[in-house]
Design a protein around this ligand. Structure first.
Ligand code: SF4
Length: 321
């Protein structure tokens, strides 16, 4: 990854996706929700307005540059600083990626706009769509996500179901468990009932593993998540609790480039040194050396949470909304 990409990040490693090149189609932090547990940060523009938040031509120019210079990844993921389906032309971006590569195209969305036929028509161009379902009625929807006031839970679920009918690719749902909000068995059973109506191919059960924007959101324990997982059909996979992947060093990069990659990652969410090592594919000792320099330069700060040290970027570089 060269210095200075504005819309591309990574590739980052994930157990489910392998090496994933991220593409940000909206600036930090434009979203239809403002989830208190959001690891990207507070929503600065909560909106339902779909428009060209960033120029597609510039996104594709970066993608072409990345393909020419590197091009090594398992998939390309539309995700990042907010809700990608807010970009009015995200479907064109998916098409353009498909015209250039055979990489799997993944759309990570909160699903709130799938009630719009034009959003579904764009979403089904991807090979994998992952949407979030962490509530069971209007009140819980508002509590979990702090959605835009015009969003209704019933419409949201109707959109998720409509996508299932129209989408022939892999459809995943993510359920995010938040202590004190949706973490009782009775609440999870209600979410599982809604999920059953949507009939996804996979369900991922997740919880906060990094410091959230409110500094308060805690994790649900792994033991509880594993119990909740059995309530779902198909049985949910517990993810996100141990993100670190012991990865060997896979490529030689300069200290400056490693610093750029680390900052790019931390501008999206806080990580431990071991998370960074696994995600970027560099040794923990190299990562720690670079983190020390970045701390001394004031680019990062350290937050202690759940017995772990998380590195947090001090000044994310928001793209201009
Ligand atoms: S939907 Fe995702 S990006 Fe938007 S506020 Fe919630 S967690 Fe953050």
């Amino acid at each position: 990854m060269q210095d200075g990409y504005r819309f591309l990040f990574g590739p980052v490693r994930s157990r489910r996706l392998g090496r994933s090149l991220g593409i940000d189609l909206v600036p930090l932090k434009v979203c239809t929700y403002d989830c208190p547990y959001c690891q990207v940060g507070v929503t600065t523009l909560k909106t339902l307005e779909r428009r060209d938040y960033v120029p597609v031509v510039d996104v594709l120019a970066e993608f072409d540059h990345w393909l020419a210079q590197d091009g090594q990844a398992d998939c390309v993921t539309l995700a990042g600083g907010g809700e990608p389906t807010l970009h009015a032309r995200f479907g064109e971006v998916i098409d353009a990626i498909g015209a250039r590569t055979k990489l799997r195209r993944i759309l990570l969305s909160n699903g709130s706009l799938f009630f719009l036929p034009e959003v579904r028509a764009a979403a089904i161009k991807a090979e994998v769509v992952k949407a979030t379902l962490s509530s069971w009625d209007q009140a819980s929807f508002e509590q979990v996500h702090h959605p835009h006031p015009d969003l209704r839970f019933d419409t949201f679920v109707a959109g998720l179901k409509a996508l299932r009918r129209e989408f022939k690719g892999e459809y995943w749902l993510e359920v995010f468990a938040v202590p004190g909000v949706n973490d009782t068995s009775a609440q999870m059973i209600r979410i599982a009932e809604v999920a059953r109506l949507i009939a996804p191919d996979r369900i991922h059960l997740n919880t906060a593993v990094r410091p959230a924007q409110d500094g308060k959101t805690l994790s649900v324990s792994v033991a509880e998540l594993e119990e909740f997982a059995k309530l779902f059909n198909p049985v949910a996979e517990v993810v996100g609790v141990s993100q670190s992947l012991a990865q060997p060093q896979t490529e030689v990069i300069t200290h400056a480039e490693l610093a750029t990659r680390i900052l790019s990652l931390l501008q999206r969410h806080p990580c431990t040194a071991s998370d960074i090592s696994g995600t970027i594919g560099q040794s923990v000792s190299e990562v720690e050396k670079t983190l020390k320099d970045l701390l001394e330069q004031g680019a990062l700060r350290l937050e202690h949470r759940d017995t772990q040290n998380y590195f947090v970027a001090n000044s994310p570089e928001p793209l201009n909304p």
